[in-house]
Design a binder for this molecule. Structure first.
Ligand SMILES: Cc1ncc(COP(=O)(O)O)c(C=O)c1O
Length: 401
């Protein structure tokens, strides 16, 4: 054992979250799973719960389950379970549809709350692409135009023409955390609304939606919330906006009396106004079961371990990786870091080939074109020995590349 391995062992044995790893289907000690920022691991108890949903709730109770198994109210119920993880009081989060669809609801909803004279929607220039595509369509629909702005330049770009800003809390490529509190305050100062994409922060770090006065937020549940592939996303509409929120997708599920089957639309109050059509029950209830792993865990504890893990990984990379082969594009300052480390391959090394080799050797991260290796750290199931091993194998792969 070298010094880093000894330290990793000591850190793991002192880690209060270490026991949570057993809750996940990660018994393969040959693999270090650092891709939970793309698809969270499976909590072990979920298959049994989903089997019950299929065989008993669907197979035996059939239509009765909409009521007796709580299917109809699942979007709000599960929203209320996600709410504390993103710093929201109950009644403001609803689950359903993809992140992309919820971005559409949020951006159009925000634009419709702004005076027409505000004709610009500012969008994080480094955004995950779907946000930009959808904001552009939302802008055209609402008579606005999208202005791409680097998050650091947002305060200067905000003004009397700004209807809303759409920003990613944590950048998917670099792992940079943007200043949600400061940028929301700056948007409000300019009379604009703030819409946040929490895909890479929900379940990874404290968000503080209510505390910071965020107007709208969306996030996915298949990354740090471990809901499973394609599990439904969530939409947060701050309580103060709910009565005026004019959803661009007013489906029958968000009607105040869905079974009245009336031709005229009358929106429901509260979070339910963000619903559209029949919820994706199998996926949604898999997510509900997956959220049980948060019992007794605070997102602050997760954040503390996440920063310690990424600090330690960066230190191991510096020790094991030959100089000049990779450079971190993830900020070293804690307040600017999410829960991943992104390393750019220097000197023309083919990053996709490096990631293929890492995966072949049991270290699973992912690759983002053209040259970025991403390593996501999910504190509920990743430990310090995993971080050490990942960096060591990376060093070995690069030494041979
Ligand atoms: C930041 C961000 N926004 C949006 C999306 C797209 O989400 P969906 O495919 O659920 O619409 C992703 C997916 O990875 C993402 O990382």
């Amino acid at each position: 054992m070298n010094d880093l391995q000894r330290r990793a062992a000591a850190l793991d044995s002192a880690d209060p979250l270490a026991k949570h790893r057993e809750l996940f289907a990660l018994d393969d000690t040959e693999t270090v799973y650092l891709d939970g920022n793309s698809l969270g691991a499976l909590p072990r108890h979920v298959p049994e719960r989903v089997a019950d949903v299929i065989t008993r709730q669907w197979g035996e109770l059939r239509i009765r389950s909409w009521d007796e198994s709580g299917w109809w109210t699942a979007p709000e119920r599960i929203g209320d379970r996600i709410a504390p993880l993103v710093g929201a009081a109950a009644g403001q989060v609803v689950v359903g549809d993809s992140t992309s669809v919820n971005i559409f609801k949020a951006v159009v909803g925000a634009a419709r709350l702004a005076p027409e004279s505000r004709d610009e929607i500012l969008v994080d220039a480094s955004t995950f692409p779907t946000d930009g595509y959808i904001a552009d369509s939302a802008a055209r629909m609402t008579g606005r135009r999208v202005v791409p702005v680097a998050p650091a330049d947002l305060p200067a770009a905000l003004g009397a023409r700004t209807a809303a800003v759409l920003v990613n809390h944590v950048d998917y490529r670099t792992g940079r955390r943007h200043d949600l509190a400061g940028l929301t305050a700056a948007a409000h100062q300019a009379g604009a609304l703030a819409v946040w994409d929490l895909c890479h922060s929900a379940g990874a770090l404290p968000v503080g939606l209510d505390e910071h006065g965020v107007d709208f937020a969306v996030g996915c549940t298949y990354k740090y919330l471990n809901g499973g592939p394609g599990s439904p996303a969530f939409l947060y509409v701050a309580e103060r906006h709910q009565a005026a929120f004019d959803s661009p997708l007013p489906g029958w599920n968000s009607h105040t009396d869905p079974f009245g089957m009336t031709p005229g639309y009358a929106p429901a109050d509260g979070a339910a106004r963000g619903r559209v059509g029949t919820p994706d029950i199998l996926s949604m209830l898999a997510l509900e079961a997956a959220l049980d792993v948060w019992e007794g865990v605070g997102v602050e504890d997760v954040r503390e371990k996440s920063l310690a893990l990424t600090d330690f990984f960066l230190e191991c990379v510096e020790t094991y990786v030959p100089e000049g082969r990779v450079a971190s594009v993830t900020p070293t300052a804690h307040e600017e870091r999410g829960s991943q480390v992104s390393l750019r391959c220097e000197d023309g090394t083919d990053a996709s080939a490096v990631m293929r080799e890492l995966i072949a050797r049991g270290v699973v991260g992912d690759f983002r074109r053209p040259d970025v290796l991403r390593f996501g750290f999910t504190p509920l199931y990743v430990g310090f020995a995993d971080a050490e091993r990942a960096a060591r194998v990376l060093g070995e792969v690069l030494a041979g590349a």
